[in-house]
Write a protein that binds this ligand. Structure first.
Ligand SMILES: Cc1ncc(COP(=O)(O)O)c(C=O)c1O
Length: 413
């Protein structure tokens, strides 16, 4: 775990070679082998709290949290115990267990705008169902999405349209995040066929500095949806339960009609959820959505324990404190090394870029050096804190990032 740990990835390299023979390209999606510096492992063996170990046994302080799901820490005892209790009974059956009702009740009690819940497996399921419910409820087709926003990997929303058809996105119209005039223009284009506006809680597009939502923009989206009788869909898949347990726009007083959830709701167990208000209850009743594993009880038991624990320990406050410590420490180190950096987004979901580093060359060196020395960051995707990150963990990570900044300075002057 320390800077003196030898960082060898020989087993990882062997696994990558084997994978190339039996997995197209060796890896798919955002884990594509070319997407991270060479000192990052592709294969991981285990996790504990905010620590992870790769297939070669190298340890890391984990600031990616599995790209969000791990909100309480890897192998959280209360979550894993609840999952194990349910596993001892049954997981995948002919129908759901009573955990599903408990979980729906808990979500409705926790998230301000929610009157009902339904469940799936992934964030893409959840955003796709939100759009389907909005169209079902309004009887209209056009959906507004922010340019460059990620809502999943289904044909209607994948950032790489290869293999999809124009028809898959025929009824999407884009707007610019935080720009109400562009929303009005998109609404005009939709005419009398506007079903929904989809928004993320803040702008967290990969490869860009993050941009917090302008509260007036959020209020404006609500107003536009009310005026045109359309659904406001909040894609809370990435931010959910890190900014506010009541929903990410609850602190702004802006309530969506529908919200999409996955990632953090079950601390790493596979689960997606759609939450909605009474206005869209009938729209939700009339659609057909299901999946072989969508009623599986273990992930629902894990979700109940996750949400209860998040509430009990005030996880958002813990993540905020740890995230602020990290941000302050990184800012001081970058300044001491004479490096201009941008730290953006909420401190619980931090991101750091180097000024003028359009090709992410400096970011690759910084995060690559950090990985070699036992801290798992990411060069072009936002990072995640969990409630398992203590001040000591952050301080240990900062010892490493100081060396990583020094490496950037040496290489780029
Ligand atoms: C904002 C947002 N929406 C939707 C998704 C899709 O979620 P999943 O990868 O679980 O399908 C993601 C995944 O990163 C996301 O960040």
């Amino acid at each position: 775990m320390s800077a003196t740990t030898a960082h060898s990835l020989t087993h990882d390299a062997a696994l990558r070679r084997r994978a190339r023979a039996v997995i197209p390209g060796g890896m798919f999606g955002h884990q594509n082998a070319a997407s991270l510096p060479a000192s990052f492992p592709q294969y991981l063996a285990r996790g504990d709290g905010c620590h992870i170990w790769d297939a070669d046994g190298n340890g890391y302080i984990d600031f990616m949290c599995s790209y969000g799901p791990i909100v309480l820490g890897h192998r959280h005892p209360a979550v894993d115990a609840a999952a194990a209790r349910q596993q001892a009974l049954a997981d995948c059956q002919n129908g759901p267990s009573e955990r599903m009702v408990e979980l729906a009740e808990l979500l409705v009690d926790t998230v301000d705008h929610a009157d009902w819940a339904l469940f799936a497996k992934n964030g893409t399921d959840a955003t796709t169902i939100c759009v389907t419910v909005a169209r079902s409820g309004t009887g209209r087709k056009k959906v507004l999405v922010a340019k460059g926003a990620y809502h999943g990997a289904a044909p209607w929303c994948t950032p790489n349209p290869r293999g999809t058809t124009d028809a898959d996105r025929a009824h999407l119209i884009t707007y610019e995040y935080n720009d109400l005039a562009s929303v009005e223009a998109a609404v005009a284009e939709a005419g009398d066929d506007l079903a929904a506006i989809v928004a993320s809680p803040f702008r967290h597009d990969a490869r860009f500095d993050q941009e917090l939502v302008d509260p007036e923009f959020a209020v404006g989206l609500r107003r536009v949806c009310d005026t045109y009788d359309a659904a406001l869909i909040l894609d809370d898949v990435r931010c959910g339960f890190r900014l506010s347990l009541a929903g990410s726009w609850a602190p702004l007083g802006v309530q969506p009609d529908l919200s999409a959830w996955s990632k953090a709701i079950a601390n790493g167990y596979a689960l997606g959820a759609v939450l909605g208000n009474d206005r869209f209850r009938d729209g939700a009743k009339r659609i057909f959505v299901t999946g072989s594993f969508w009623f599986a009880a273990v992930s629902m038991a894990a979700a109940v324990a996750t949400i209860e624990t998040l509430r009990e320990v005030d996880a958002v406050a813990i993540m905020t404190a740890a995230g602020q410590r990290l941000r302050d420490g990184l800012a001081a180190q970058a300044a001491a090394h004479g490096l201009a950096v941008n730290q953006t987004g909420p401190v619980q979901m931090p991101f750091l870029t180097f000024a003028g580093d359009e090709a992410f060359a400096m970011a690759n060196v910084f995060t690559g050096e950090a990985a070699t020395r036992g801290v798992y960051l990411h060069p072009w995707h936002n990072w995640f804190l969990s409630a398992a990150h203590t001040a000591d963990d952050v301080d240990a990570a900062l010892l490493v990032t100081d060396d990583a900044f020094a490496a950037v300075r040496r290489q780029f002057g």
